[in-house]
Design a protein around this ligand. Structure first.
Ligand code: PMP
Length: 289
């Protein structure tokens, strides 16, 4: 089977075995396929070393617990699997994708009465970290109402709201969206959003309205290292539109500046000084791996 954009010799993991991607098959009754009943993780890897792996595996635990799937592996099991995926990576800079669904059962919304084995899937893809152009030119975004459900803290594979938001950005000819729920900042389609106002770094509070990115905690640590005040609080759309700087973070974007929102420049319209300092720290951390 040819999968557009994927090398046919890519090795993936499915339920205990490694195989070529075209050979990996799940049942049409997998609850991940039928209901989006599953969760996932994306771990960035630099020089063959997974970045902040303990944080990612903690979040995987939290996501599984939130949807009441027993964790199919202990910590050592996940680490071994991640190591085996990295060995199969086309590049030492890559991202490991892990997904667990409730498993295969007769289609019925409620959980299966008899215990079933979860479906465990893993793959690894080369990752291209943001290059000079993206770092220097920054991103353009549009604002969008956040129309997702009220459990955005779960890293669920039910991503239709995020998919439609990202497509709205593509349709508008911009890089991404920044979403607002009831007039307050939530997040991007697959990133956390940060603003700088009056020399202070601000982000929406960690709650059920956003996914707590692994870089959420990291940005707080980096801010502390450089003596940058940080506060998590509700941020109105007016505040965000008038912010001195806006940034986004994710495993693959790392940290990137947003220079335009809804067609208007953010601050000077160029990547700002706070971004530059945080970016420098992020790069230093990766280089130290
Ligand atoms: N929010 C959403 C909705 C995301 O999909 C992501 C990317 N996983 C993030 C935030 C950022 O999380 P992380 O820093 O762990 O990549």
């Amino acid at each position: 089977m040819i999968i557009p954009g994927m090398a046919s010799d890519s090795q993936v993991y499915l339920n205990g075995e490694f195989m070529q991607i075209g050979e990996a098959k799940i049942s049409v009754l997998d609850r991940g396929f039928i209901f989006g009943d599953g969760i996932y993780e994306v771990v960035p890897v630099y020089n063959g070393k997974p970045f902040r792996i303990a944080h990612h595996l903690d979040r995987l635990d939290r996501s599984l617990a939130a949807i009441r799937i027993a964790n199919p592996h202990d910590r050592a099991g996940w680490l071994a699997l991640i190591g085996q995926l990295i060995e199969r990576s086309p590049s030492p800079i890559c991202m490991v994708y892990l997904q667990v669904t409730r498993g295969v059962a007769k289609r019925d919304h409620g959980f299966p009465k008899e215990p079933i084995a979860p479906t465990v899937f893993g793959m690894v893809n080369a990752m291209v970290p943001p290059g000079k152009a993206q770092r220097e030119q920054g991103l353009s975004v549009i604002s969008l109402p956040d129309e997702r459900w009220l459990h955005c803290e779960i890293k669920s594979v039910s991503l239709l709201g995020n998919v439609l938001a990202k497509q709205a950005a593509t349709d508008a000819g911009v890089d991404d969206v920044v979403m607002f729920r009831d007039g307050y900042l939530s997040e991007g389609s697959s990133s956390n959003v940060w603003v700088v106002i009056g020399g202070k770094l601000l982000a929406p509070p960690k709650n059920n309205l956003i996914l707590e990115g692994i870089r959420y905690g990291l940005m707080g640590e980096l801010a502390e290292q450089i003596g940058l005040p940080f506060e998590a609080r509700k941020l109105s759309k007016q505040e965000v539109l008038a912010a001195d700087e806006i940034m986004v973070t994710s495993a693959t974007k790392e940290v990137l500046p947003v220079v335009r929102i809804d067609g208007r420049p953010v601050g000077s319209g160029k990547p700002g000084p706070v971004y530059a300092r945080l970016r420098e720290r992020y790069d230093a951390l990766i280089a130290s791996l």
